[in-house]
Design a protein around this ligand. Structure first.
Ligand SMILES: [Zn+2]
Length: 421
């Protein structure tokens, strides 16, 4: 009897690569700082291409510098199965967010090579550009461009804090990719599967190594700009001030109150900039972010309306503008991919449970164009975007084993199988 592909997954090799990739952008505290399209990310990318070439994979890129490593199937005319995640990180990132999904995908190819089999469909490992959105906000621009969710020109025009555009940064990366052909957008994969750390503590608390991700909760992100007037802190009466920060504080307090019901609404003001940001000057401008998430779109929409009302009502003598920079409704992943993950976990005798994703992922964008799913593994304390981010080696291996069998199952289906939405 033919062995399942997961039998050929080498957990130690995968772990060693995770630790090696973490050297690119390594922080002194053990974390990773690998901004999208930076020099250090380009070096990590070159490492991935190198590993791919050793396995005989053909690298490809595209106009926004997504990276694909292709293993040719016996029917290269069929659309490929795509597996992977991203290798950019938050400034205070860890070793696993994104990198695990890409390197687990590479380990799937290793397992295929070790098995000596050739899948029917081609399989491509993918590293999407700018998932995190910390250098270029908002994130997921690579997968959005690929899936046609937003126009490429819009995504390329986004700038970082230094004024560098995605276009300029991507061109620098692409210039290093000598011998890596560029493919246009517009083709559809047969399926996309992304393995990822959970970034929440549910699997760890349940003692379950595999999460079958059912969907992703809805998100809205905003930027609020409150404009007042700079004034002397010692001579301007409070009643006569146009204090932008005090107006922002009133808004945030009111928004916090409406977001406290129901209790599982996620609301974060994670960024604020003051102008001129001087101790003895009444703030002229306050600029802050709002990140709102919940599984129920109706709840997100209700709080959205409240946020808009509050920003208008609480600005007092100042003026305020609110820009919604991202809106993603809740989504459910393809039932056939969820079923394939459940089947693979059962066959590998790995406990699994359905789980909702609280964080956004590139899989959201792919879900719009092909059957898509995600495999979660636990991470310690649910901590991520933090140098303390940690996944147990056994869980890393378990996730890669399930990904291997799911990938092979999808890549073995002909026209009537994996490509069916
Ligand atoms: Zn991630």
């Amino acid at each position: 009897m033919r062995q399942r592909l997961s039998h050929h997954v080498n957990g130690q090799r995968l772990w060693d690569r995770l630790m090696l990739l973490a050297n690119y952008g390594a922080r002194a505290d053990g974390g990773v700082d690998r901004p999208a399209l930076s020099d250090v990310e380009a070096e990590a990318r070159a490492q991935l291409i190198g590993w791919g070439r050793e396995l005989g994979l053909q690298p490809f890129t595209d106009p926004i510098a997504n990276l694909f490593l292709r293993l040719e199937g016996s029917r290269p005319d069929l659309s490929p199965v795509l597996i992977g995640s991203h290798i950019d990180s938050q400034p205070t990132g860890g070793k696993f967010d994104g990198a695990f999904g890409v390197l687990a995908a590479l380990e799937v190819i290793e397992a295929i090579r070790a098995s000596g089999e050739q899948p029917l469909r081609s399989i491509e490992v993918v590293a999407w550009t700018n998932e995190e959105g910390s250098r270029f906000a908002p994130g997921m621009s690579g997968s959005e461009a690929f899936a046609g969710v937003k126009p490429l020109e819009t995504l390329l025009a986004v700038t970082d804090a230094a004024g560098c555009t995605v276009r300029e940064a991507a061109e620098r990366v692409l210039a290093r990719d000598v011998d890596v052909p560029q493919r246009p957008f517009g083709w559809r994969p047969a399926a996309f599967v992304e393995a990822h750390i959970e970034q929440a503590p549910l699997l760890e608390r349940a003692g379950v190594p595999i999460g079958v991700v059912t969907g992703i909760q809805g998100t809205r992100r905003y930027r609020v700009r409150v404009r007042g007037e700079a004034a002397h802190a010692g001579t301007t009466l409070r009643a006569e001030r146009k204090d932008a920060l005090m107006a922002a504080v009133r808004m945030i307090r009111a928004i916090d109150a409406v977001a406290s019901d129901p209790a599982d609404v996620m609301l974060t003001v994670g960024m604020m900039r003051l102008t001129p940001n001087a101790p003895s000057v009444v703030p002229e401008e306050a600029y802050f972010s709002i990140d709102l998430r919940h599984v129920d779109d109706a709840v997100v929409d209700r709080i959205d309306a409240e946020i808009r009302r509050i920003v208008a009502d609480e600005c007092g003598p100042c003026s305020a503008t609110l820009d919604q920079i991202a809106h993603a409704p809740s989504l459910d992943f393809a039932p056939q991919i969820r079923a394939a993950i459940t089947t693979a976990a059962e066959a590998a005798e790995l406990p699994a449970m359905p789980i909702y994703s609280a964080a956004g992922h590139d899989a959201r964008q792919l879900h719009y164009i092909c059957p898509t799913g995600m495999i979660f593994i636990p991470c310690r304390g649910g901590i991520s975007h933090n140098p303390a981010e940690w996944a147990e080696p056994d869980h890393v291996t378990a996730g890669a084993r399930v990904l291997a069998d799911v990938t092979m199952a999808l890549a073995s289906q002909g026209d009537e199988g994996a490509g069916r939405a």
